[in-house]
Design a protein around this ligand. Structure first.
Ligand SMILES: [Zn+2]
Ligand SMILES: [Zn+2]
Length: 332
């Protein structure tokens, strides 16, 4: 049985340009109520040497990773069984490098694709030219803390949507690109939830969730998105044949609530997005039962393509702003 767990998938320590020691990062992630993190220092995995089973047992599990930091873009590689040399990757040869990572068992994602590049942040903007999107597992659709990066995140959401419309299968994740302790007392940061087999966190279960696209991204409320037919329920990452089905949506505003409730976050409208267009929209500001959250079911008809759930509401004084979204169910 799949159970969602909460992750921060993009972190740095003093082993690259972060100010966290590995131990401090794990303790901070625990305080942020994450269930697990990926360690993704720039071009090195040396921080893992400072993390042992005892530390993880006391704090949380760590998925080994690295952020390929090149002149042409930053790419996140998690749980690879071999070190793949990133130094000679060029825009037109990136597919060959991703193939090598996949052969070594890793999962691959694009980090902050619309970050400003040179001369402000060398290589931070994605300029690699991927031809074979089948090899890529995920895109960091939301990056950084909020609301600072809102515009870049809107561009990334539109790009991900365009790629899905072209037939790519790509999971959405968020990454805070967490480098150290916050200057402000309270910071709003999104999180990635991954559906893991029995909720067990290992490199293998996290890899599987990312490769299959079992994820949702949120500023707070948890999203439960299913398309049902004949007793079979398809969630993010699953495939369903076209035709009539039942949409089942759930919104739970209880998880990690103390971390986001002070930012005025309140889910008001859930939207079923089908091939980039709004197919159905429903009010989710009522019908809440303490401890159970909001639930909605309605019939829908889907053509080939994809469908995802999006949640809109209030946040930091803005109304009808995007609060979270799931990876797609694929209609094939
Ligand atoms: Zn980066
Ligand atoms: Zn980074």
């Amino acid at each position: 049985m799949l159970r969602y767990k909460c992750f921060e998938l993009h972190t740095h320590t003093v082993h690259s340009d972060g100010s966290f020691t590995p131990q401090h990062l794990l303790e901070s992630a625990l305080a942020w109520q994450f269930d697990g993190i990926a360690l993704t220092d720039h071009n090195t995995m040396s921080g893992l040497e400072a993390i042992d089973e005892t530390l993880m047992a006391r704090t949380l599990p760590v998925i080994p990773g690295i952020e390929w930091t090149t002149y042409f873009g930053h790419m996140l590689v998690l749980a690879s069984n071999a070190y793949i040399d990133w130094r000679f990757a060029l825009p037109h040869t990136i597919d060959d490098y991703i193939k090598k990572i996949k052969e070594a068992g890793g999962v691959v994602g694009i980090a902050h694709p619309f970050e400003v590049g040179s001369p402000f942040c060398t290589g931070c903007c994605w300029d690699f030219r991927i031809e074979n999107w089948d090899q890529l597992d995920y895109i960091e659709v939301w990056s950084g803390t909020f609301p600072h990066k809102r515009f870049k995140n809107e561009l990334a959401l539109a790009w991900w949507t365009e790629l899905l419309n072209k037939g790519a299968r790509l999971a959405a994740v968020s990454g805070r690109d967490w480098h150290g302790l916050d200057q402000e007392e309270k910071v709003l940061s999104s999180a990635t939830y991954l559906a893991l087999e029995n909720g067990i966190i290992t490199a293998a279960t996290v890899k599987e969730a990312l490769a299959r696209g079992r994820s949702f991204v949120t500023l707070g409320p948890c999203l439960d998105f299913r398309l049902k037919r004949n007793g079979m329920a398809c969630g993010p990452g699953d495939s369903l044949t076209p035709g009539n089905c039942e949409l089942e949506a759930g919104i739970d505003e209880n998880q990690r609530r103390e971390l986001w409730q002070d930012f005025g976050i309140k889910g008001k409208r859930a939207v079923l997005v089908h091939n980039g267009q709004e197919l159905a929209s429903f009010d989710c500001s009522h019908n809440k039962h303490p401890g159970h959250g909001f639930r909605h079911t309605s019939p829908c008809e889907l053509a080939p393509g994809w469908a995802r759930l999006e949640l809109y509401g209030s946040c930091m004084g803005a109304e009808d702003t995007l609060l979270g979204f799931t990876s797609p169910v694929y209609i094939v």
